[in-house]
Design a protein around this ligand. Structure first.
Ligand code: SF4
Length: 370
């Protein structure tokens, strides 16, 4: 079993909080798609004998691609890779790109899961975040997606926006529940370096997110999701039974994956590769038939830290027996403090974050690192 990720590094405009790799210069989209086809061909033996069970178009904004471009990429994937009979195939999409014709076409092309970047149902939030859509488009995009036959839909929401109140967050969340999507990814707004938001904060044009308000909103989210019977299966992800993201879950389970496109990462058997995070250099490498990536072999310490980082955020938690024997004593010893303080709980060989621990997940993670 393995995953395939395809990074589409273009966006219509830069969102204030975003530090992903993307360019707003859309004129190279066609060339980039050609390069993606080349990379798919170049790396078809990266995962020998592995069956691809999930395919994920992420970005950037993959919904900027025409349905025909998505179809041809999927057709190459099927031609050159062993793909499971029922793969999960996700397209990240922004509300302003979706219309009934496009949705029908991408569905026919093989997309069976949509991840829609709603972020908020309030226009003032969307304006603050410099999103390209307005709230009406967010609502319409979800309704149109359902009408087009998509059942597996997730939406992204952001909480802890400076100036936002618990009441606003409650309305956002209730709107999402009312739309009856089966999966939610909810992220606290964080101020990443080299973003418009960090620049605004430095210049006094925006306030720093209020930590206490962010915690209140996260707490409300967890309570409300639990009350409605949703599964909080990863710190930022909530699903109705059977709608957990198979692609993301496979990352957290340490499944091997191939990443195609600028800035995409790949992983197999203790080796990590990362593609150049520059569209021009990526196009040049593929045009010259050169590999667009660098790679490193992970040390046992790296592998341990990576396991802690990804698994501690999941509902299942850390399995002591999946940690190399030589590091188990370290984990057990470092966990004591957080068990005593109620941030972690232990059940058999599993360590899990408690509700209290979820608020300081990053701190617990660092404390367990080697
Ligand atoms: S659309 Fe997504 S990837 Fe593009 S700038 Fe906004 S948050 Fe970043």
């Amino acid at each position: 079993m393995a995953g395939l990720y395809i990074h589409i590094p273009f966006c219509k405009q830069a969102c204030t909080y975003c530090n992903f790799h993307f360019s707003t210069n859309l004129k190279y989209t066609g060339e980039l798609v050609t390069a993606l086809h080349r990379e798919l061909a170049q790396r078809k033996s990266f995962l020998p004998g592995r069956r691809i069970s999930t395919i994920y178009f992420g970005g950037g904004t993959p919904s900027l691609l025409h349905a025909g471009q998505i179809k041809s990429l999927l057709s190459d994937i099927r031609a050159w890779y062993e793909v499971d009979s029922g793969p999960e195939v996700t397209l990240e999409a922004n509300p302003d790109d979706l219309n009934p014709l496009y949705l029908r076409q991408v569905r026919e092309a093989g997309i069976n899961r949509l991840s829609i970047g709603v972020q908020s149902f309030f226009d003032e939030d969307l304006k603050f975040m410099h999103r390209a859509h307005h709230s009406g488009q967010a609502l319409d995009s979800i309704r149109m997606s359902k009408d087009a036959g998509f059942e597996n839909i997730t939406i992204d929401l952001i909480y802890g926006i400076p100036g936002s109140s618990l009441d606003q967050w409650r309305q956002n969340l209730f709107q999402a529940f009312e739309l009856e999507v089966p999966h939610l990814s909810c992220y606290a707004l964080t101020v990443e370096p080299r973003t418009i938001l960090s620049d605004w904060i430095k210049k006094g044009k925006a306030a720093v997110p209020d930590e206490e308000e962010t915690i209140r909103q996260f707490e409300f989210l967890m309570e409300e999701a639990e009350r409605r019977g949703w599964r909080h299966y990863e710190i930022s992800n909530f699903a109705k039974a059977g709608f957990e993201s198979r692609h993301n879950s496979s990352y957290w389970e340490g499944t091997e994956y191939l990443g195609i496109g600028p800035s995409a990462h790949s992983y197999r058997e203790g080796e990590r590769q990362w593609n150049v995070a520059n569209n021009h250099l990526y196009l040049k490498a593929l045009a010259e038939g050169l590999p667009p990536y660098e790679s490193e072999h992970l040390s046992p310490e790296n592998i341990y830290n990576e396991y802690i980082l990804t698994r501690i955020r999941t509902a299942e938690g850390l399995d002591l027996f999946k940690v190399p024997e030589s590091f188990r004593a370290h984990l057990v010893q470092c966990a004591v403090k957080h068990l005593q303080q109620g941030h972690l709980e232990r059940e058999g060989n599993f360590y899990r974050l408690t509700r209290k621990g979820k608020f300081i997940a990053d701190r617990v993670t660092v404390d367990l690192f080697l």
